[in-house]
Design a binder for this molecule. Structure first.
Ligand code: ADP
Ligand code: MG
Length: 233
């Protein structure tokens, strides 16, 4: 299989820095190269740079920590959503840095991610683990309590076909949520299937990926978008 040099470049940067994971912006870059919709994103190295990036991307904005020691960003106070103006960017930038200094004193801060805030949608999770015997798996579930508490998920080995992807949607117990119940909007299942297929292609072409966690992917009546992506190498 011949993958694009741009894909290999993402891994080379991590390799050079002897990093065993990709930062969110790198993971999203990779996802984007495989056609998975992600949020527009920029890494800011200063407060002014963050303001400039936010103006370019457009409000509302989400700010997040970029640090090798902070992979679970909100647990450490490293995520601020719904920033609406320049003042908010400046305050948020400094607030995240002070939160991280307090909560993870050993953390090296590489920058602050400035990203487009996606509208609310139905939260799903798409993930992968690499089983030493069977190879790479792909996992699908609904966000929040459905995966974390109820373990309501479906799995396949990659690569998957479109039939497999549709079956994965059908296998979870809470599948009715995708059809829109109790006044909740319907979810675009075609868009989810597209993401599952693109993810399968990415996993097949990138054996470097030991673990993938797109949590959450927000699904709309039309379309879907990954707002967080974590990749372990
Ligand atoms: P963590 O590393 O803690 O999983 P996330 O990047 O998932 O951090 O951010 C925490 C939460 O903030 C997400 O579960 C989501 O609800 C919200 N969020 C993060 N990024 C965005 C975004 N770009 N647009 C909208 N909501 C977002
Ligand atoms: Mg997350």
């Amino acid at each position: 299989m011949i993958r694009s040099p741009e894909v290999s470049k993402v891994f080379e940067i991590a390799n050079t820095e002897e990093r065993k994971f990709l930062y969110e912006h790198e993971a999203k870059k990779l996802c984007g190269l495989y056609g998975i919709p992600v949020t527009q994103i920029e890494v800011a190295k200063s407060e002014d740079h963050a303001v400039e990036a936010a103006k370019k991307i457009g409000f509302p904005i989400v700010l997040k920590i970029v640090s090798p020691q902070v992979l679970h960003k909100s647990d450490a106070g490293g995520v601020i959503v719904g920033v609406n103006d320049e003042k908010g960017i400046r305050e948020g930038y400094n607030k995240i840095i002070s939160n991280i200094k307090k909560n993870v004193p050993t953390a090296v801060i590489e920058g602050i991610l400035v990203q487009e805030m996606a509208p609310k949608g139905t939260e799903i999770i798409i993930g992968s683990t690499n089983d030493p015997t069977f190879g790479s798996t792909i996992m699908f579930g609904l966000g929040g309590i459905f995966v974390e508490i109820l373990k309501d998920v479906s799995f396949r080995l990659v690569p998957i076909t479109s039939t497999d992807a549709w079956e994965m949607l059908d296998e979870i117990k809470a599948k009715k949520i995708l059809d829109g119940v109790r006044g909740m909007p319907k979810s675009d299942k075609d868009a989810i299937v597209e993401i599952l297929l693109s993810t399968s292609k990415m996993l097949t072409e990138c054996p470097e990926i030991k673990e993938l966690d797109m949590n959450p992917v927000l699904v709309y009546e039309k379309g879907a978008r990954a707002v967080d992506a974590r990749i372990i190498l």
